[in-house]
Design a protein around this ligand. Sequence first.
Ligand SMILES: C[S@@+](CC[C@H](N)C(=O)[O-])C[C@H]1O[C@@H](n2cnc3c(N)ncnc32)[C@H](O)[C@@H]1O
Length: 241
Amino acid sequence: MPEPRTFRDEPVSFVRRSGRMSEAQERAFDELAPFYLLEVPRAIASTSVHTDARLDPAATYGRTAPLIVEIGSGQGHAIVSAASARPEDDFLAVEVFRAGLARTMLDADKAGARNLRLAEANAPEVLSPFLPAGAAAEVWIFFPDPWHKKRHTKRRLVRTGFPQTAASALADGGLLRLATDWEDYALQMREVLDEAPEFERAFEGEWAERFEGRVMTAFERKGIAKGRDIRDLTYRRVARS
Ligand SMILES: C[S@@+](CC[C@H](N)C(=O)[O-])C[C@H]1O[C@@H](n2cnc3c(N)ncnc32)[C@H](O)[C@@H]1O
């Protein structure tokens, strides 16, 4: 019998932060997770997704509507705000940071947002194959961990191979929206996406306009306070032939 695998082949783009959860955060998991948190069948690690598992958006949300997926949603400020402002669309927050997931559920509940679900899982595995091909109208990645030290850049989420993973989840004509305060990561994102035949630029000039649906988060505020420029990028998923 082969030994069960414990580690993934690819480096992941996160380090799981531990630490005790507050009472409110524990309550979020006890009381709100049954509605908001998807049950994700696991494979290797506790944040993995079993390769046979598939999300059924119509059954999950109880309707068919455009699906917006945010990768690395952190505390959930952007996605809860968007889900509240756009009741006609469905939203999926993908995050591995448990305290952030708890905050997202508490805020979503307070806002009465019922068109939002959360997946506690490694984002590339959610994009493919957990999401059916073409299921997402948009994929958002705002302020992904920069991994700015040279020896760490291989851990960046948006690297060679990632465009194909995102392209699998996106519908033809769907949008991939990104923002970062790290110039060399912005350049890397633009390079790998410009090279990907699955995507075309949906902006003119050097960078995209700031996406108006993106609320200011602590990460953006911190970047600005440190004197870094914020760069947005928007790419359109080319139609499958
Ligand atoms: C720098 S924070 C930004 C959070 C949020 N987008 C914001 O602007 O406030 C990046 C987040 O991405 C999450 N993350 C990183 N890699 C991930 C992955 N592969 N799957 C799911 N979440 C991930 C981290 O846990 C972290 O909360």
